[in-house]
Design a protein around this ligand. Structure first.
Ligand code: ADP
Ligand code: MG
Ligand code: ZN
Length: 608
């Protein structure tokens, strides 16, 4: 899907017509197509590749935005071969560079890198090649630190430029230049000098960043105001998105079952919030016979590299990681990414889940979601320092991802892509049953119910308590409303008040969903209060929009699966929330034994 609508917003001076570049009549066209087929052995261009390659060969600066796995590398590798001279590629990670050189060498394309670890002989031979009148090297890969601090390199680039042999400068993973991006690297900031020093050398910036803010920042930081844009749709059609309610302990056994049943011996990533969580989950999965390993910032570099290598070579199938496990993972056959804790933003989620299915085959992205994870992240933000401004941004991001998780109605692709200002036609998601998101799949089996009356009752009750000057937490209110006599509830005498059991017939999780909705819509609000040094409590108060609800200017509706019955007795859900994995195991065994006994009995009585 070629999408040129971004051009208008982002750079009024750029040419809107892609047709200009979708042309085979340039003087390099014949050679371009020959290299594409013979050297790369490919047959069809992916969306935007052909246009971008032509624009590059015509000498334009190019900004290429394609989702991960979209085929960005070809956009500069192919022009590098067709052009005279050497293309310099800046890439942030050693592992990415080594992978690229390996694949170029396997295609007999002369490429080299100047990474820290190489021998001085090797380095000298690369430099002497670059000094030659006709260098036998087409692509030179370097990290940004190298560009900043290496006189020898700066000198050779200058002479290449003077001799008209510096054919193009490529900045891969260009979002690293922006501190608004998800992977800021300070050394990237220095790359702006290229345009200053070599004004006539075209630049190509490539990234899978989807946010507008970062895109603009990249152009600005790299000094490339005049550029051609190539923006592909960021939809990943082979990824299946699903949000699953997380029940604290039982969900882990559920995940173990899921992996064993659907993803046995296939590669996956489980993102966890803390190091301890990584270790615990890896341990529990291993106990279930799954080859799982933990990966986090608490391990030494050596150990982490080792773990990543073992996972890449399929010695381990599942890596339980914190978000420290990120860029540089270039494993094409990751079949699932599970978020066992809430991602920090929709953008983070897009990037993290995007590590699945790079090979184009179907892959699954699950978020196991519950409200308390939101509280955990909110506390981290609150305690994390930073200015009020940055805290505000973090909270905004958090609320957006929470709304995403709680939304049981809208297409998940559309929600993600709209976040990046891309319009997405949901018919594309619904059309294929195998890849439709959870919400599109069950479109026919949900119901939306009006809960305005219930909402007003709850907000009034909370208002009454707050006006007495007392503050209580989310859980406390839920306990009161469903009529649960906890120690806390009794201690405050709430079991005798007229709000006790106000939502007696409600299932706990539905009630939680409702109260969350009331918070998200501003009828209630959550206030973080420090009760002891460094210990925060989230108290529920009346929100800024409450008056609108109380005077019935607005309605509140709740989206539920059509199977859910609001009048469930809450005994179910209480049992649910206290599932004990060991008890579960025993229950399952008992059940199996019982079946055996029944079968034996049936046989002896001669009935089937
Ligand atoms: P990106 O950098 O955008 O994440 P890559 O350049 O690493 O993606 O390409 C991802 C995969 O797609 C690679 O295995 C590459 O060989 C393959 N690929 C790229 N372009 C094409 C094409 N036109 N036809 C077939 N495969 C392609
Ligand atoms: Mg790439
Ligand atoms: Zn959908």
């Amino acid at each position: 899907h070629i999408n040129t609508s971004y051009n208008k917003d982002q750079n009024s001076s750029s040419d809107l017509s892609m047709a200009e570049f979708a042309n085979t009549n340039f003087n390099f066209s014949w050679e371009l197509l020959a290299v594409f087929k013979r050297t790369f052995g490919l047959r069809h261009f992916r969306p935007n590749q052909f246009e971008a390659i032509n624009a590059a060969l015509l000498g334009h600066n190019c900004f290429i935005l394609m989702p991960t796995g979209g085929g960005k590398s070809l956009c500069y590798q192919l022009p590098a071969i067709v052009s005279k001279g050497v293309t310099v590629v800046i890439s942030p990670l050693k592992s990415l560079i080594i992978d690229q050189i390996q694949s170029l060498k396997s295609l007999d394309i002369p490429a080299a890198h100047l990474l820290g670890g190489i021998t001085s002989e090797k380095e000298n031979s690369i430099y002497s090649e670059l000094w030659k009148a006709d260098p036998g090297l087409k692509l030179l890969y370097v990290t940004p630190e190298k560009v900043a601090g290496n006189k020898k390199l700066i000198q050779v680039l200058r002479t290449l430029h003077r001799r008209n042999l510096l054919s193009r400068i490529v900045i891969d993973e260009a979002h690293c230049v922006s501190q608004w991006g998800h992977d800021f690297r300070p050394d990237y900031k220095l790359l702006g000098v290229f345009k200053q020093n070599y004004q006539n050398v075209p630049i190509m910036a490539l990234t899978a960043t989807a946010t507008q803010r970062v895109r603009k920042d990249i152009l600005h930081q790299l000094n490339i105001e005049e550029t051609k844009w190539f923006v592909s749709s960021f939809n990943r059609p082979n990824l299946v998105y699903e949000v699953i309610p997380k029940k604290n302990k039982s969900s882990l056994l559920e995940i173990a079952k899921l992996i064993k049943k659907r993803f046995a011996r296939q590669s996956g990533i489980i993102y966890c919030m803390t190091k301890i969580e990584c270790d615990n989950i890896a341990f529990i999965l291993s106990r279930e016979g799954i080859r799982a390993v933990s990966y986090h910032a608490g391990l030494t570099d050596k150990k982490r590299n080792n773990i990543q290598m073992l996972w890449t070579s399929n010695e381990f199938n599942v890596i339980c990681a914190t978000i420290a496990f990120g860029m540089g993972i270039d494993k094409p056959d990751v079949r699932y990414v599970i978020h066992y804790s809430l991602p920090h933003s929709i953008e983070n989620y897009y990037q993290e889940s995007g590590r699945a299915g790079r090979d184009g085959d179907i892959a699954y992205c699950f978020i196991y979601y519950n409200h308390s994870d939101m509280h955990r992240i909110a506390k981290l933000i609150e305690l994390g320092g930073g200015t009020n401004e940055t805290k505000k941004v973090h909270f905004h991001n958090l609320y957006r991802i929470v709304s995403y998780c709680e939304n049981k109605k809208d297409c998940r692709r559309a929600m993600q892509l709209n976040y990046f200002d891309e319009q997405f036609d949901i018919a594309q998601c619904i059309a294929d049953e195998k890849t439709a998101c959870d919400n599109c799949r069950i479109k026919h089996s949900i119901k939306i119910i009006d809960v305005t009356d219930e909402s007003i009752n709850l907000v009034r009750a909370i208002q009454k308590i707050c006006s007495s000057g007392k503050s209580f937490t989310f859980t406390h209110y839920v306990d009161i409303f469903i009529g649960k006599k906890t120690q806390q509830v009794v201690a405050h005498g709430h079991e005798n008040s007229n709000i006790f059991g106000k939502a007696l017939h409600w299932n706990r999780s539905n009630l939680e969903q409702l109260i969350h909705k009331l918070i998200l819509e501003g009828y209630l609000k959550k206030e973080m209060v420090e009760i002891e040094s460094d210990i925060l409590n989230a108290y529920i108060r009346i929100g800024p929009e409450a008056e609108k609800l109380l005077s019935r200017l607005v309605k509140v509706s709740l989206t539920l699966s059509s199977k859910t019955n609001l009048n469930n007795s809450n005994i179910d859900s209480i049992e649910d929330s206290t599932v004990n994995p060991i008890l579960e195991e025993i229950k399952e065994k008992c059940y199996k034994n019982l079946m055996e006994v029944c079968r034996g009995l049936a046989e002896s009585l001669n009935i089937s």
